[in-house]
Design a protein around this ligand. Structure first.
Ligand code: HEC
Length: 170
């Protein structure tokens, strides 16, 4: 099952190299999101204390430049360090999502941005493969701890007031 999924994702990734329509990209994002759903759940609701909610939060971070860098690098390089989401601390590790192309990352973040929390957020500007490549270039060599260091403030305005204070520990 996982093997079939990987093969399918590889095929879809290959297809994206040849340019996908907007509709294909949305569908592509949903397919890639299946790997995120294993931890963040299909709805993006997350698991308090273990896996941060994505629904209603990714769109907020995507609305500011620092947040766009943070989202791309979390997926590309992983994340390690204490965070606080909806008032609950998480001391987890997200592994870098290996094997995703820039187009895959753009598509999955656009899909995750579309997941709504009860308090729906405005749609942010879509990610493109070109933007993902530029962000990865700017943060080349970043490890999961370095990604944590750029989290500060990126969720300002998200439903959770606690997200404000959840940047790197002092
Ligand atoms: C193996 C489980 C796992 C998978 C798979 C996974 N994540 Fe995560 N993710 C986590 C954990 C755990 C954290 C929090 C890490 C920490 O505490 O520093 C996290 C953090 C995040 C964050 C930052 C949230 C915040 O509040 O700072 C985003 C965004 C994110 N993941 C998106 C994704 C996307 C998109 C995918 C799929 C491409 C994905 N994750 C796949 C476990 C996972």
């Amino acid at each position: 099952m996982m093997r079939n999924l990987s093969a399918f994702v590889a095929l879809v990734s290959l297809a994206s190299l040849h340019g996908a329509s907007a509709a294909e990209t949305a569908d592509h994002g949903a397919k890639i999101y299946q790997r995120c759903a294993a931890c963040h759940l299909p709805t993006g609701a997350g698991v308090p204390g273990a896996f941060p909610a994505l629904a209603g939060r990714v769109g907020v971070a995507a609305a500011n430049d620092a947040g766009r860098d943070y989202l791309v690098m979390t997926v590309a390089a992983g994340l390690m360090g204490e965070i606080e989401v909806d008032g609950v601390k998480i001391r987890g590790v997200m592994p870098a999502q290996a094997g995703l192309t820039d187009a895959d990352i753009a598509a999955v973040l656009n899909y995750a941005s579309s997941l709504k929390a009860p308090a729906a957020t405005a749609a942010a500007k879509p990610f493109t493969a070109e933007e993902v490549a530029a962000i990865r270039g700017r943060h080349a060599g970043a490890n999961p701890t370095a990604v944590h260091a750029i989290r500060s403030g990126v969720f300002d305005g998200a439903a959770s007031a606690d997200d404000k204070s959840s940047g790197p520990e002092k």
